[in-house]
Design a protein. Structure first.
Lengths: 405, 166
């Protein structure tokens, strides 16, 4: 045949016994921009090659050109299911760099917000496991509750998803009475609904059959792969930044670190659910603790770094000077290198910051938990069915924005 | 109880003058070693009795264009999970010959983190099983996080981009 062939098949693909299958990047079952080139033998996966970087936005480069307080919106867009944790992790990193001491009330307010966003993050992840095993109901149920959490964020900072909540040194404004009412309302209705959610899944025959023994990883391998967060704890290692390297006053709270045993999808699900209960307990404790503290305190007394109230800028000389100095990057920032990490929704979110004393970081590296543990994905799905690969992916709580930074 | 002093003492006992510049910025023990030595130090920290740094927390690179001969730094951060202790060590390398041995044989974590460092800084990790770009397109012919590359000029007008408007 002299006719020109217009389809170029790769070498050896005609005699091949296996099928190459593209899962993603825009597949509805992947919940984000993930591509996996799977090598299939019938229904079994024999190899997987994940490709990432589809929504890479060069945050580390942009951060080198921005003053410290303008980097917070970048952190919003890492793990956008729990933005407040990222925001506060960044604030705490800078506060560590400048040796700022925060009042207890600010720390506890932060704990409330961080635990609320952890609940929101875990709710989304766990209900999506349900969706991928064929149970849409749970997903719809918990979104009503996530809405309550977002309303609290809205009351505190004005936005819902990419929150940009707080400032270096505290919050931009005090919590209103309505915010506390909303928190109380959430605490009163959530436990009942959460029980309902658990009843729906925990002992559900179909759910258990689909998740038990699927996507498991041994503790040793998980450590070697750099797993953190609920995924590591599901393997039985009780590593939680909140207890291992306490920050923001977590040492004042009484809570336990739930662990699993097998590290499979079902254990990850159970660990997250148990963590939600711990979070509720932490929030309840924090709300109680705050009642004894001076209700007018909502930021640290660091005028060199904390932007003054806008009304004061127009009427007070001092506030105007500080405002100018902060915005123009004239405040003295110590040179040094600092690493700070917080327990994000899906693992250890770290900020490695090198400052040369300039107005922007010399180098900023985000330790993104799911970027690091996503590389274990080929290993844990090898030999399983295609449908298990989808469930495993959602149980790892992978967030494309965080992977690609 | 494992402390920074004990770790420093054990390291100097084992490696002598090959580990140097010990400091403790914000409480984290930090030191420098030669680039040929990075795996030996990492293995020692991981396997040695009583140290047990069995978790690679982070790996990244930094570009210092003013330090002639050692422009690129590769920063490793390890953690002993039981003791809750982190340490950091760096190796410096020449930008014209940025060869550093890969840590993938010790920690699987290093695989993508090294690919990221290669992608953005051009550190050549010798022995890496799959050293290709991870975030940027394959065709890119530079390493964007190096200091000589500025951000795009926000006021440029020569770009005709109907899709994203400028």
């Amino acid at each position: 045949m002299s006719q020109k062939q217009n389809i170029q098949l790769p070498e050896g693909s005609l005699g091949k016994q296996t099928t190459t299958l593209n899962l993603g990047p825009t597949h509805p079952a992947t919940h984000g921009v993930f591509q996996n080139i799977l090598e299939m033998d019938g229904e079994r996966i024999i190899d997987a090659v994940p490709t990432i970087g589809f929504i890479h936005r060069a945050f580390e480069k942009i951060a080198e050109h921005r003053p410290y307080y303008q980097i917070t919106p970048l952190t919003d867009r890492l793990n956008y299911c729990s933005s407040p944790i990222n925001n506060m992790g960044w604030h705490m990193t800078v506060e560590k760099l400048i040796h700022a001491e925060l009042p207890k009330r600010v720390e506890y307010l932060r704990v409330i917000i961080m635990e609320l966003s952890r609940i929101a993050d875990h709710l989304v992840c766990n209900s999506v496991i349900g969706v991928d095993t064929g149970a849409f109901t749970g997903f719809i149920y918990v979104f009503e509750l996530r809405e309550l959490i977002y309303e609290i964020f809205e009351e505190v900072c004005g936005s819902r998803l990419t929150t940009n909540i707080g400032r270096i040194g505290g919050f931009e404004r005090n919590f209103s009475e309505l915010a506390f009412q909303k928190i109380d309302h959430f605490l009163s209705v959530f436990p009942k609904a959460m029980k309902e959610f658990e009843t729906l899944f925990n002992r559900n025959r179909i759910f258990m059959e689909r998740t038990m023994g699927v996507g498991g990883i041994a503790a040793e391998r998980a450590l070697n792969y750099g797993f953190t967060g609920p995924n590591l704890r599901a393997t039985g290692i009780d590593y939680d930044i909140r207890t291992a390297h306490p920050y923001s006053g977590y040492q004042d709270f009484d809570f336990s670190v739930p662990v699993g045993t097998t590290g499979d999808v079902y254990d990850r699900y159970l660990v997250r659910n148990a963590e939600i209960w711990e979070s509720i307990s932490i929030i309840t404790q924090a709300v109680k603790k705050i009642k004894d503290l001076d209700p007018s305190v909502f930021h640290a007394d660091i005028p060199d770094f904390y932007l003054p109230e806008k009304a004061d800028v127009y009427s007070k000389m001092e506030a105007l000077i500080y405002h100018f100095k902060i915005v123009m990057g004239e405040t003295a920032i110590p040179a040094g290198e600092v690493y700070h990490s917080v327990e994000g929704g899906n693992g250890e979110l770290g900020f490695y910051l090198i400052s040369d004393g300039g107005r922007s970081p010399y180098r900023l590296h985000f330790r993104r938990p799911c970027f690091i543990y996503y590389q274990a994905y080929p290993e844990i799905i090898k030999g399983s069915m295609l449908s298990d690969a989808v469930v495993t992916m959602s149980s790892l709580n992978l967030i494309a924005g965080e992977i690609d930074a | 109880m494992l402390t920074n002093e004990i770790i420093q003492q054990q390291l100097t006992e084992k490696f002598g003058a090959l580990v140097y510049n010990f400091e403790e910025p914000y409480g984290m023990l930090t030191f420098v070693t030669d680039r040929d030595n990075n795996l030996k130090v990492m293995n020692f920290l991981k396997e040695s009795e009583g140290l047990g740094f069995n978790f690679l927390n982070d790996l990244t690179a930094v570009h210092y264009p003013d330090q002639i001969g050692k422009e690129l730094a590769v920063v490793y951060m390890l953690q002993n999970i039981q003791a809750g202790l982190r340490i950091r060590f760096k190796v410096f390398t020449d930008i014209t010959n940025p060869d550093v041995f890969t840590a993938t044989g010790i920690f699987e974590t290093a695989n993508w983190l090294e690919r990221e460092a290669y992608d953005f800084f051009g550190v050549n990790f010798v022995g890496h099983p799959n050293l290709i770009r991870i975030m940027n397109v394959e065709e890119m012919d530079y390493h964007p996080l190096r200091k000589e590359y500025p951000l795009e000029d926000q006021t440029r007008i020569d770009k005709d981009d109907d899709m994203f408007g400028r």
